[in-house]
Ligand binder design. Structure first.
Ligand code: BTN
Length: 329
C-alpha cells in the first residue's frame, strides 16, 4: 500500500466520522486530486469509503486482511510488530521468518500469511492453513538466554493467545501442556517454536527464536481435515461471530509484547503462574503418551522452571516430562 494511503487510513481511524478532502490534502501535503487517487486505490484494495461533497470522506468498512497497515494501527506494543511482513501465500511463516532472521531481521519482526501451503505442526504434523480464514504468524525474538531456556518462550505465546481469545470473544480458553489452546476441550490454536543457537559448550547462546502461532479464527467445520487426531474448532464455530483477523492479531501481539517485556525483566515466574492458572489439567489425573514409550499415568502437578510437566505418582514421587501428549482423564 502506498504510504500516503496508509496515512489516510490512520486519519479515518483517529477521527470517526467524515474527514474533509481539504484537511487530508493539507495534512499530507498533496493536491485534492491526489487524495482522490489514494481513496480510489483504497477502494480497489477492498476498503469501503463514502464520499459526500460538502463533508469529505468516511471509512465504512475495511477488508478482512492481515495487511501491515491494518494491524499496525491497532498495535500499542513496544517491540513486537516493529516490522510486519504479510505474505499472500507461503509454505510456512515459520520457514519464512527463519529465513529473514538468518538474513538479520530484527527482534520483533512478525511474519503473517493469508495462507500456508505447508503449515507445520508439532511432531512433523501438517497444520491446516486455508486462505483468508485464520491467523498464521511467526515472531522473531533474539533473547539473551541459554538455549535450554528457550522452551519457556512457548508458554508466553500460549498465554498471549489465551488472553487475546478472551479479550476478543469473551470465550474461556484453556491451555493444554505443552502448547495447545483449547475451547471446551477442542483445539483452537497451536504453537511451534524453532530456534537457531550455538551449542558448542563454550559460547552457548541463542541466535534467534521463531515463535510460530496458528489460531483457527474463521474456519468453518467443513474446512477441517477429516483425519485430525484430536477434536479441533475455531473461534467462529465456538463464538458464532466472525473475527476480524487484523484486530485479533493486534491484540495477540500487544499481549505477547507485554509478556515478553516481563519475561526479560523478571524471568519465567509470572508467565508460569498465569499459564498454570489457565491450564486444563490442574490437580487432575492425566495420561501422557510419549511417542512409542508406554503411557504414563499420574496427577498433573504443574510445570517447573524449564516448562517441563510435573507428574505426581501415587507414591508421591514427581516425574519430569519434557515431551509428549497429555490427556485429562
Ligand atoms: C501444533 O502442532 O499444535 C503447532 C501448530 C503451529 C502452527 C503455526 S501456523 C504459523 C506457524 N507456521 C507454521 O508452519 N506453523 C506455525
Amino acid at each position: 500500500m502506498h504510504q500516503k494511503a496508509a496515512v489516510i487510513l490512520r486519519f479515518f481511524r483517529q477521527q470517526s466520522g467524515f474527514v474533509s478532502g481539504e484537511q487530508l490534502s493539507r495534512e499530507l501535503g498533496i493536491s485534492r486530486t491526489a487524495v482522490w487517487k489514494h481513496i480510489s486505490a483504497l477502494r480497489g484494495a477492498g476498503y469501503r469509503v463514502e464520499a459526500v461533497p460538502s463533508r469529505g470522506y468516511r471509512l465504512l468498512s475495511s477488508p478482512d486482511t492481515l495487511a501491515a497497515e491494518e494491524i499496525s494501527v491497532q498495535l500499542n506494543s513496544g517491540l513486537i510488530g516493529t516490522r510486519l511482513v504479510n505474505l499472500a501465500t507461503t509454505t510456512s511463516t515459520n520457514f519464512e521468518a527463519f529465513r529473514l532472521a538468518e538474513e538479520g531481521a530484527g527482534e520483533g519482526t512478525v511474519v503473517t500469511a493469508e495462507e500456508q501451503s505447508k503449515g507445520k505442526g508439532r511432531l512433523g504434523r501438517i497444520w491446516s492453513s486455508p486462505p483468508g480464514a485464520n491467523l498464521y504468524c511467526s515472531v522473531i525474538l533474539r533473547p539473551r538466554i541459554k538455549p535450554f531456556e528457550a522452551p519457556q518462550l512457548t508458554f508466553l505465546s500460549a498465554v498471549a493467545t489465551a488472553r487475546a481469545i478472551e479479550q476478543t470473544t469473551g470465550l474461556k480458553p484453556e491451555i493444554k501442556w505443552p502448547n495447545d489452546v483449547l475451547i471446551d476441550g477442542k483445539k483452537v490454536a497451536g504453537l511451534l517454536n524453532e530456534m537457531s543457537a550455538e551449542t558448542d559448550g563454550i559460547n552457548d547462546g541463542i541466535n534467534f527464536v521463531i515463535l510460530g502461532i496458528g489460531v483457527n479464527l474463521n474456519m468453518t467445520a467443513d474446512q477441517f481435515p477429516g483425519d485430525l487426531r484430536h477434536p479441533a474448532t475455531s473461534l467462529l464455530i465456538e463464538g458464532g461471530a466472525k473475527i476480524s483477523r487484523a484486530r485479533f492479531t493486534a491484540f495477540l501481539l500487544n499481549e505477547l509484547d507485554r509478556l515478553y517485556a516481563g519475561f526479560l525483566d523478571h524471568g519465567f515466574v509470572q508467565v508460569r503462574r498465569e499459564w498454570q492458572e489457565r491450564c486444563n489439567a490442574n490437580g487432575r489425573e492425566v495420561v501422557v503418551s510419549n511417542h512409542g514409550r508406554d503411557d504414563i499415568r499420574g496427577l498433573f502437578a504443574g510445570i517447573d522452571g524449564d516448562g517441563a510437566l510435573l507428574l505426581r505418582h501415587p507414591d508421591g514421587t514427581i516425574e519430569r516430562i519434557l515431551s509428549g501428549d497429555v490427556r485429562v482423564l
